[in-house]
Design a protein around this ligand. Structure first.
Ligand SMILES: [Zn+2]
Length: 122
């Protein structure tokens, strides 16, 4: 399996795959190819629970073409628990900022070819 397939397979189990740099120990998303810190390309794979706190988000109330099945939704950036990196995903049924206070807990529920990571509030 390539990196993308592995990432998607993990997401379908509610997990986030990350690369831990073998050289400096810095963790980044599985989809990166070089360490942000030291540019090494030797990693070990780590699996995290796809749980985290909302850092920021953007509400899309008018769904662009291809997203018409989704209605009102938010692109959410969240900090994965136990890590120092942020992941973005897709959360349905968010209509106003008050629907999703910063710091809300979200969980990965799967991966959609069109939307990317799918999230739910927990
Ligand atoms: Zn490194």
């Amino acid at each position: 399996m390539n990196r993308r397939s592995r990432f998607i397979e993990a997401a379908s189990r509610g997990k986030i795959l990350a690369n831990k740099c073998a050289k400096c120990g810095h963790s980044t998303l599985e989809t990166t190819y070089f360490c942000e810190k030291c540019s090494s390309d030797i990693f070990t794979t780590e699996e995290y629970d796809g749980l985290g706190n909302v850092v920021t988000f953007t509400i899309q109330s008018v769904a662009p073409e291809g997203f018409t099945d989704a209605g009102s939704y938010a692109w959410v950036v969240f900090r994965v628990d136990g890590t120092t990196f942020n992941v973005s995903g897709f959360l349905k049924d968010i209509r106003a900022p008050s629907d999703l206070p910063i710091g809300s807990k979200v969980q990965v529920t799967g991966f959609d070819e069109k939307h990317g990571l799918l999230l739910k509030r927990v």
